[in-house]
Design a protein around this ligand. Structure first.
Ligand SMILES: NC(=O)c1ccc[n+]([C@@H]2O[C@H](COP(=O)([O-])OP(=O)(O)OC[C@H]3O[C@@H](n4cnc5c(N)ncnc54)[C@H](O)[C@@H]3O)[C@@H](O)[C@H]2O)c1
Length: 347
């Protein structure tokens, strides 16, 4: 069940009241989200006396095996059994690690997500992929398990930093390309003002609908779900490389530029299609106007190619991309020659 709306406190307490039995509730937060959501947690603590709170590091630092161990030990020492409910309150990183721990603690307990970043609202908290990193390899360890409930409210966006908002916006652009039509036109327009919660609610709702429709048709990513990787093959490579060269760019910035470069690859596949060329021009203009430029990559194409070749979506050494040829016309498992990728990155 995915609840969307503005009054999250009422929705959460109603849902907790309706939960059968009096199972204990375990809140997982990061330092930031613990202070942001304190009133919500205190409200639940009053209604559910057997509730507990645990705080893990903010952001990507939480997605480690050692954080998982600390979560398991906290739950065990607090007496959590199979009927326990874990509620993850935070961004995509927190939802990822919390979902993974819930899916594996005692071979699986129920969990709910309360996403607090745009990225987590439109992407990470819905879809049932949970995971942690293995050294520098993102999301190498994980599970597919759906949260029992997700509570999504644009209410949290007001405290989000501009770079974090833009990080989530890259996924919204990606969804607009996949959906095409009026949704693509919407992402080409300026974002609503943060104070316009109704506009954000509508926007978040169509993003969740799109993702849910794709995930329902292909939960374990054997087919259509691969479309959601649009922009991410080059995007992840740019992100990892930018950290290597100590000129870090955000995930959203990397994905946004990944969408541009991958459309250039699509032009190599389909050179005579005017719509692909137009999509490339449109995306380049949009991304340039919103995101920071990426550092010069020309001298480091080989390093980027190493990352692209190690992408976990590849099979038998073939480079497999999800590509957009026009808004609403996207395909997956497209085998691309390494030379075509090099040319797209270079030119
Ligand atoms: N499971 C999936 O399907 C999926 C999909 C996309 C991304 N992800 C994962 O999501 C993660 C990125 O998520 P993210 O972009 O939400 O970043 P994040 O979770 O790292 O959060 C970014 C920062 O924002 C802070 N924050 C959270 N909510 C806030 C709020 N309301 N106001 C102010 N600060 C707030 C966090 O504490 C953190 O410091 C990555 O690890 C990525 O791999 C998972």
């Amino acid at each position: 069940m995915i609840w969307t709306g503005l009054d999250i406190a009422t929705a959460l307490s109603d849902a907790l009241e309706k939960r059968p039995g009096s199972s204990p509730v375990y809140f997982l937060c990061s330092a930031n989200t613990h202070s942001l959501c304190l009133s919500l947690i205190e409200m639940v603590e009053i209604n559910v006396p057997s509730s507990h709170v645990f705080v893990v590091p903010d952001g990507e630092n939480a997605k480690t095996l050692s954080t998982c161990e600390s979560i398991y030990l906290w739950m065990q020492s607090a007496g959590a059994l199979r009927n326990a409910l874990l509620i993850n309150v935070g961004g995509g990183a927190l939802c990822d690690v919390g979902g993974f721990c819930a899916a594996t603690y005692l071979r699986g307990i129920a969990f709910w997500n309360i996403p607090t970043t745009l990225l987590a609202m439109v992407d990470a908290s819905v879809g049932g992929k949970n995971g942690i990193n293995l050294l520098h390899h993102k999301n190498y360890i994980g599970t597919f398990q759906q949260p029992e409930k997700v509570f999504v409210s644009p209410h949290w966006l007001s405290t989000l930093s501009h770079p974090e908002l833009l990080s989530g916006w890259a996924e919204v652009i990606k969804h607009g390309i996949i959906a095409g039509g009026k949704h693509f036109q919407q992402v080409m327009k300026p974002r609503p003002a943060i104070s316009d919660q109704q506009a954000w609610l509508g926007l978040i709702e169509w993003n969740i609908k799109l993702k849910a429709r794709i995930v329902e048709s292909d939960f374990i990513e054997k087919g259509d779900r691969k479309l959601l990787n649009l922009g991410h093959t080059v995007g992840h490579a740019l992100e990892s490389w930018s950290h290597d060269v100590k000129l870090p760019i955000s995930h959203g910035c990397a994905v946004a530029w990944g969408l541009v470069y991958e459309t250039k690859i699509a032009i190599k596949v389909s050179p005579n299609r005017a719509e692909t060329q137009r999509l490339y021009e449109d995306l380049k203009m949009l991304v340039k106007s919103i995101y920071d430029p990426i550092p010069r990559i020309e001298g480091d194409i080989a390093v980027l190619m190493n990352y692209i070749q190690a992408d976990k979506k590849n099979e038998h050494h073939a480079l497999l991309f999800s590509l957009a040829f026009a808004p609403g016309d996207c395909h997956y498992n497209i085998n691309i020659d390494a030379e075509a990728v090099v040319q797209a990155l270079n030119g």
